[in-house]
Design a protein around this ligand. Structure first.
Ligand SMILES: Cc1ncc(COP(=O)(O)O)c(C=O)c1O
Length: 394
């Protein structure tokens, strides 16, 4: 199969992607190749390898078929991409991509709804090396997009929807405006994954995933990826290599295994999350539900236009105070309390996005809780939420 065989469906692509015979040797899953040292037949072979260090076995940090196969599979999910680099976490993928495209004196445009460690990187290391960050309203549309850019703007970063507040961005318009000015566009595409939103074919240059979430899907691996268009892929690869990034073959194996079922898992997450979200909307104790597939969510029309489905992560706000929110979350039986998401198990997390925002103030409709809806039967989850809402006394 070619890298971007256009005529096969996404679910088929998930099954066949990256499984080159030379890497699998006929085994269904590319096996775990553990390696640091790779041995060369003679000095001539070593010298030839030094000239092409990214082509074939070279040194453990450059990976082996286990990692190459995963990277190729992720590239195949993003039509128009030149390649994918793997990183030890989603955060490492984000920071590497930003370091690769920015230089001292540049300005970065960062969406105000970005994941907190992404903001922290802008305010920390990027500031220290002389990159300034200007935060912009995730709901910017039309002519206002053009007005975002300054002479010093070198890159614009999106996260759509935001993983706390769920505003959907006009990604194609922002990417097109960036391209017209020679500004690099990047997106944290972890919520949708390329299955629900192939970012590069929507005009984005760099599509970043925390594979820790839906790709791995079982809450037991940390891993990130950066998939990029020709020209930028090489720069990002060099930056990741310069930083010494590599991922273990065991983690790459687990991620590749998770990837094969990501399509059906996402469909199950979507259906159950929508059922729970629609039920929550009808509860008198609930002040608002923020789910991109529901009309009340800012940018819902863009989700309808650009996305082929929804993931299992959304938020809601209760009527009541923080104490009621704590009682609610503590009373839940099937929802773990934890930060990550994208695994098979449901999670609930109290969130306070207003403390992060600087470009457009976030006014919470009430104390907010983010839910990750897992693969449990949604009827059990709804019953659980019903008893917890009653206990909260919100
Ligand atoms: C939207 C988003 N992007 C990136 C990350 C970072 O991923 P990792 O935990 O793999 O560093 C997270 C983690 O929660 C996230 O929610």
């Amino acid at each position: 199969m070619s890298k971007h065989d256009e005529d096969i469906a996404a679910d088929t692509r998930l099954v066949v992607a990256g499984r080159r015979k030379e890497w699998t040797q006929g085994i269904v899953n590319p096996p775990v190749w553990r390696a640091s040292t790779m041995l060369f037949d003679d000095v001539a072979a070593l010298r030839a390898a030094v000239k092409r260090p990214n082509d074939g076995l070279y040194y453990g940090r450059r990976g082996a078929p286990t990692q190459w196969s995963l990277a190729e599979a992720l590239t195949e999910l993003e039509p128009g991409a030149a390649g994918t680099t793997l990183h030890p976490s989603g955060t490492a993928a984000i920071t590497t991509a930003l370091l690769a495209v920015l230089a001292p004196g540049d300005e970065l445009l960062m969406v105000d709804s970005a994941y907190e460690p992404t903001r922290a990187f802008c305010e920390g290391l990027l500031k220290r090396i002389g990159v300034t960050t200007r935060y912009y309203d995730p709901l910017v549309r039309g002519a206002d997009i053009e007005a975002l850019f300054s002479e010093r703007s070198r890159a614009i970063f999106m996260e759509s929807p935001g993983s706390l507040t769920f505003e959907v961005q006009d990604v194609p318009a922002i990417a097109a405006a960036a391209k017209a000015r020679g500004v690099v566009s990047l997106i944290d595409n972890t919520w949708a994954t390329p299955l629900l939103f192939p970012a590069i074919s929507h005009g984005v240059d760099v599509s970043i995933l925390s594979c820790t979430k839906y790709v791995c899907g079982h809450s037991d691996v940390m891993l990130g990826s950066v998939t990029a268009v020709p020209g930028l892929f090489e720069t990002i690869r060099k930056t990741g290599q310069g930083l010494g990034h590599c991922v273990s073959p065991d983690d790459a194996f687990l991620a590749a295994r998770g990837l094969r079922t990501m399509g059906i898992r996402l469909k199950a997450h979507e259906a159950a999350a929508l059922e729970v979200a629609r039920w929550l909307e009808r509860q008198p104790q609930v002040a608002a539900v923020l789910h991109p597939a529901l009309p009340g969510c800012p940018g819902h029309d863009l989700w309808q236009r650009d996305f082929s489905g929804a993931a299992g992560l959304f938020a809601f706000a209760i009527r009541g105070d923080d104490a009621a929110r704590v009682r609610l979350v503590d009373a839940l039986r099937f929802f773990g309390i934890g930060f990550s998401w994208g695994g098979y198990e449901s999670l609930a997390l109290p969130i306070d996005p207003e403390r992060l925002r600087t470009a457009r103030a976030w006014v919470s409709p009430g104390p907010m809780i983010r839910l990750q809806i897992g693969l449990e039967d949604p009827r059990d989850l709804i019953a659980d939420l019903a008893q917890a809402l009653a206990k909260a006394g919100a």
